[in-house]
Design a protein around this ligand. Structure first.
Ligand code: FJE
Ligand code: FE
Length: 319
């Protein structure tokens, strides 16, 4: 399969003047890379701070009223928790939570005795499946920061046994070329593959581009995808689009890949997340995400009476 072709579609709308003057344009057309159908930005939303859990602050991007969900994604929060704030004992059913630490650490404890701390650069990919009750609390003084993504599960996976995949920073594969660094949390970039198993096929890439750098990342054609900007400013989708700053989410159109340029003077850091749509009805009631209202009623009953996956809840409290 040929992933890269000369970017006729990208080059065509650039004036010759720009090509000569801009250091961001390749020196010859043969060096240019692009896609037969480049993904463009269809929606840009600022993730404003709000409070969540017990005194925690989150910038919600996916999941806010203007962007309720983007199949298979239910929520993306950029969170900051300082003691005594946190996310005390709460349940989940029917989806996965992916916690990726940016600064500091978060300690999690669950009702099955699973306990641990993830720190900057570590990721926890938790499949709640039929049920988890856990706490997620700051691991040290001051602000502990990260991203939490909720990935839906298809009806056949909603009631699977809960599972954890934990990757320490040093176990997360990276690739680097021409001023572009990428941490491959899920999926593949620059020929490097993550070992994380995603029940819902998902890509989760953390890119840092030096000033002047550009990159072109293939994304499976039919997947939904979005960018969340963490630091700096980036030009996404097409070369002549306006730069986008931190805390914005960009929904991308369908296509076979996305291009980015760092035309700023500071490093640009963003995550590119994509997933295969599940195309099933979604009924969400807080931390329970099922296909029907009846299944939500069932989840509430199971939680209340400690049944069907919530057995361990009977006497458990986090320490
Ligand atoms: C939750 C409210 C919540 N974003 N980011 C309601 F806050 C939560 C929840 C989180 C969460 C946890 C971390 Cl560590 C990071 C988060 C929301 O736990 F699950 C419901 N239902
Ligand atoms: Fe949780």
């Amino acid at each position: 399969m040929i992933l890269f072709r000369p970017a006729i579609n990208i080059i065509s709308h650039i004036k010759p003047q720009q090509v000569r003057n801009s250091k961001f344009v390749m020196t010859s057309v043969s060096e240019a890379v692009g896609f037969s159908a480049p993904r463009l930005v269809t929606k840009k939303v600022l993730a404003k701070s709000q409070s969540e859990g017990d005194g925690a602050v989150v910038r919600r991007s996916i999941g806010r009223p203007e962007l309720k969900s983007l199949d298979p994604f239910l929520m993306l929060d950029e969170f900051s928790v300082s003691p005594p704030a946190g996310f005390p004992d709460h349940p989940h059913r029917g989806f996965e939570t992916v916690t990726y630490m940016l600064e500091g650490g978060v300690t999690h404890q669950d009702f099955a005795g699973h306990k641990g701390t993830i720190r900057a650069g570590d990721v926890q990919w938790m499949t709640a499946g039929r049920g988890i009750i856990h706490s997620e609390m700051p691991a040290g003084p001051g602000a502990q920061k990260g991203l939490q993504l909720w990935v839906n599960l298809s009806s056949k996976d909603k009631m699977v046994e809960p599972n954890y995949q934990e990757l320490l920073c040093e176990d997360i594969k990276t690739a680097e070329k021409d001023g572009v660094k990428v941490k491959i949390i899920a999926g593949e970039s620059m020929g490097v593959k993550s070992s994380v198993y995603t029940r819902t096929p998902t890509m989760f890439l953390d890119f840092t581009l030096s000033p002047g750098a550009q990159m072109h990342q293939p994304v499976p054609e039919s997947w939904n995808s979005f960018v969340y900007v963490l630091e700096g400013e980036g030009v996404f989708g097409s070369m002549d689009s306006p730069p986008v700053s931190a805390h914005h989410v960009l929904v991308l159109s369908h296509g076979d890949g996305m291009s980015v340029w760092n035309k700023g003077s500071k490093p640009l850091r963003f995550v590119l997340i994509g997933g295969q749509p599940i195309n099933e009805p979604v009924v969400q009631y807080g931390p329970f995400v099922m296909n029907t209202k009846a299944e939500i009623e069932q989840a509430l009953q199971d939680y209340r009476y400690c049944k069907n996956g919530f057995e361990m809840a009977k006497y458990w409290r986090s320490q």
